[in-house]
Write a protein that binds this ligand. Structure first.
Ligand code: FAD
Length: 397
């Protein structure tokens, strides 16, 4: 049986472990932290990701805590005017066969942890190096422990050690955006009468996203602001609620009230990387943010990590390790590169200053409003990452 070491126990690593286990592989996850945890924030799980999670047996867990939003509602920053309102919920589920969920990241992680047998997860293991021995790969962890496997998967995030070992040291690119994230108890916002929609407010140099999570008991927000530099050493830090409110002076009161109702916020410097030409060398490959870090402006980072695991499992089921990893990256790189580029493009699109370009964007959005989720994102949502032949056929056309 092919033995696989997955380095990193985030959403990507755990979802991959589950897909690989279901494909009959002998999988072990090694995570540097002493416990598995996620940041206190929301995550959108679009149909291309929920399709895989359902197949992995997580449908009930997702339904228990996930919220199905009625629509994407894109709005103008100052007056709240609707720019685009595209159906989600039933309409999307009827078309693509799987729901779009918005949920707390901790709930998604908990569902994954619950599904992976505990003896397969090894906490307190920080990978320091690896050696490709030709017929196996050896991982070295802090403290000197070594483990051998047929395949090693670096699911170790944007600052991936595996990536550095494979392709040399490089720095993630600061995108000029900083995010404040917060979660607010929904009852504090009752007076606003918020619809169960994903609302995206667009304005000059910044945007604001909010949606319900945790069975509608909480509202998650992400406030993204352009900033020239990020001087702190850490890429995530505690932020001041007052600073976040102040960054939205002149914006619609709904935006400022949601931020102001938070007890705390965290700031994130948003980094990305240009698409890599290769993800694999010999028996070692990358997955998730380690392979394709992107701005969160398509809400696809975690979804693509989940897809990666499904495709990797399908490749390893059909081919010997080295050939499987080549096939995996060949299938995955074009799709994730497209999303990296689209995510970066949304920075400009969302943050246009008021003027001709903004008016043109608004007209385009109004024209495509009702059919937008289907026309613009059909290629994304209908994709089944475990269907290898289908994926390969699509790539050829
Ligand atoms: P990570 O979650 O970073 O996990 C990596 C794991 O590897 C960690 O547990 C880490 O401790 C471990 N690790 C690191 N180094 C080592 C080592 N040397 N040895 C062992 N273990 C190691 N995506 C969506 O799909 N939908 C969204 O709505 C969405 N919203 C977002 C909003 C914001 C503001 C941001 C910043 C991101 C958002 N994303 C979203 C993106 C998503 O969060 C990431 O793409 C996803 O979490 C990446 O998962 P991962 O498992 O690849 O990496």
């Amino acid at each position: 049986m092919t033995g696989v070491v997955v380095v990193g126990g985030g959403i990507g690593g755990l979802a991959a472990a589950l897909s690989l286990l279901r494909a009959g592989l002998d999988v072990h996850v090694y995570e540097q932290a002493s416990e598995l945890s996620e940041v206190g924030a929301g995550v959108q799980v679009s149909p291309n990701a929920s399709r895989i999670l359902h197949r992995l047996g997580l449908a009930a867990a997702l339904a228990a805590s996930g919220v199905k939003p009625l629509a994407w509602h894109q709005r103008r920053w100052a007056d709240g005017r609707t720019l685009l309102r595209a159906p989600l919920a039933e309409a999307l589920e009827a078309t693509y066969g799987c729901p779009h969920y918005q949920m707390h990241r901790a709930d998604l992680l908990a569902a994954l942890v619950e599904a992976v047998p505990p003896e397969r997860i090894h906490l307190g293991h920080r990978l320091e190096g690896l050696t490709d021995l030709g017929d196996a790969v050896e991982a070295r962890f802090a403290g000197g422990r070594t483990v051998r496997a047929d395949v090693l998967v670096g699911a170790d995030g944007i600052h991936s050690t595996v990536r550095q070992v494979l392709f040399g040291a490089d720095r993630a690119r600061f995108t000029g955006c900083v995010a404040y994230r917060g979660v607010v108890p929904a009852e504090r916002l009752a007076a606003l009468g918020l619809e169960v929609t994903a609302q995206i407010w667009m304005g000059p140099g910044r945007h604001f996203v909010h949606y319900f999570i945790s069975g509608r008991r909480s509202v998650n927000f992400v406030a993204v602001i352009e900033r020239e530099t990020w001087t702190r050493e850490s890429w995530t830090d505690r932020g001041e609620v007052a600073d976040a409110v102040a960054a939205y002076v002149g914006w619609h009161p709904q935006v400022r009230e949601i931020i102001g109702a938070a007890d705390e916020t965290f700031t994130w410097a948003l980094f990305d990387r240009p698409p890599l030409p290769r993800w694999s060398a010999g028996r070692v490959t990358l997955l998730g943010d380690a392979a394709h870090a992107m701005l969160p402006f398509m809400a696809q980072g975690a979804a693509q990590a989940i897809e990666d695991g499904a495709t990797l499992a399908a490749c390893l089921r059909q081919l010997p390790p080295v050939a499987a990893l080549r096939r995996y990256e060949g299938v995955r790189i074009p799709r994730t590169a497209r999303l990296q580029e689209m995510s970066a493009g949304n920075k400009t699109r969302f943050h246009l200053p008021d003027g001709d370009a903004q008016r043109e964007r608004d007209d385009q959005m109004a024209a495509g409003s009702r059919s937008w989720s289907f026309n613009a994102l059909g290629w994304l949502y209908e994709h089944d990452a475990a269907e290898l032949s289908l994926t390969a056929d699509r790539l050829r056309t």
